[in-house]
Design a binder for this molecule. Structure first.
Ligand code: F6P
Length: 359
């Protein structure tokens, strides 16, 4: 009988509970125990560690579609790898986590996290040297290399699309435009996908340079006098500060284009998990359990060309664009962005969407 731990770290997204429920189901069928660590690494930094044994009664099947994490993702002010490193407490923090894991005596730990959490797990990998570490990628930002999808992305696209659908109706009634600010950090994937789905007239993302005058011309030439302009939160406009949607809205207003701004914010991380995310969660959970059975460690589940398999965490952290953590320069985070050959960019362009100045 194996004893495995599971935790969710970083920002939440829809689909985490599906992963947890499927891991519990699959593990119990194999005769294994699953223990949920509460609040990510916070649950390991207290004595005794904050854990609960999971079963079908605790996280029933009908709740597996709900957003958020049943195990929580951690408190804002708690010590974590970054704050511990910043304050010179990394050594003692790591020691505490290692001690807790030793006390819990897990054979394996499934860590569901984003690029920051996985990069940090690798940087502090000694903590996990006595067990198998299996990671599952999740984020609405889709900014993780080596996997074509992360848990939560498809639901976020649906949430943002539905939000734009609602705005489109009031936009039409008042002959005006809505400048909608999408989440995604420095990655434009969420803005691009939801923009195409909602039929946005323009999509501005950090990966592609845009020209405000061209955007204005494009909107003025539009066959409608209403619609959606999606602006990724990571864009910037030289000489301007403030929220990106506000910056663009001011320019449009100055050009005589009637508009309003809209900020869906954390609703993009909410909403019932869509079917494709639930299927991905189930496939990743199954792959993670297989990886435990196959004695793998320091791996991440990934979707590539329709196939789900594991990739080495060492490959993950070396892939994509590796950037130094702004707060802890010795830490590297692995990022992915919208590639210039991303097929949806060409589709958007062909459909008359303004997506910036493409060469
Ligand atoms: O990484 C997920 C994300 O939702 C980003 O898209 C966004 O910039 C950020 O987290 C928001 O963070 P917080 O929940 O701390 O406001």
């Amino acid at each position: 009988m194996k004893k495995i731990g599971i935790m969710t770290t970083g920002g939440d997204c829809s689909g985490l509970n599906t992963v947890i429920q499927r891991v519990v189901r699959g593990a119990n069928l194999r005769g294994w125990q699953v223990w949920g660590i509460l609040d990510g690494t916070d649950g390991l930094s207290v004595t005794p560690p904050a854990v609960i044994q999971l079963n079908d009664m605790l996280l029933p099947i009908e709740n597996a579609r709900l957003a958020g994490s049943f195990l929580h993702n951690g408190r804002v002010h708690a010590l974590n790898f970054e704050t511990a490193a910043e304050t010179g407490k990394l050594k003692s923090f790591n020691k505490k986590l290692r001690q807790s894991l030793k006390m819990l005596n897990f054979d394996a730990l499934i860590l569901i996290g984003g690029n920051g959490s996985l990069s940090l797990a690798w940087a502090n990998r000694d903590i996990y040297s006595d067990l198998q570490l299996i990671c599952i990628p999740k984020t609405i930002d889709m900014d993780m290399p080596l996997t074509a999808r992360t848990i939560g992305f498809d639901t976020a696209v649906q949430q943002l699309t539905s939000y734009c659908d609602q705005l489109m109706l009031t936009a039409r009634s008042h002959h005006r435009w809505f400048v909608v600010q999408a989440m995604g950090r420095d990655c434009g994937m969420l803005a691009l996908y939801a923009g195409v789905a909602a039929g946005a007239a323009a999509i501005l993302i950090p990966e592609i340079k845009f020209d405000v005058d061209s955007l204005i011309k494009h909107i003025k030439k539009s066959t409608t006098d209403y619609g959606i302009i999606i602006v990724a939160e990571g864009i910037s406009l030289r000489g301007h500060s403030g929220r990106p949607a506000d910056m663009i809205a001011r320019k449009l207003t100055a050009a005589g284009i009637v508009n309003r701004t809209a900020f869906p914010e954390h609703t993009q991380r909410a909403g019932d998990t869509v079917a494709s995310d639930r299927i991905l969660a189930t496939r990743f959970a199954d792959c993670a359990l297989d990886a435990i059975e196959n004695n793998e460690t320091y791996v991440m589940t990934a979707l590539e060309c329709g196939d789900v398999h594991t990739v080495a965490l060492s490959d993950f952290v070396a892939a994509g664009d590796c950037e130094h953590d702004p707060k802890v320069p010795e830490l590297l985070t692995s990022n992915a962005y919208v590639a210039h050959d991303e097929p949806l960019l060409q589709v958007a362009y062909d459909m008359g969407v303004y997506i910036g100045e493409r060469k």
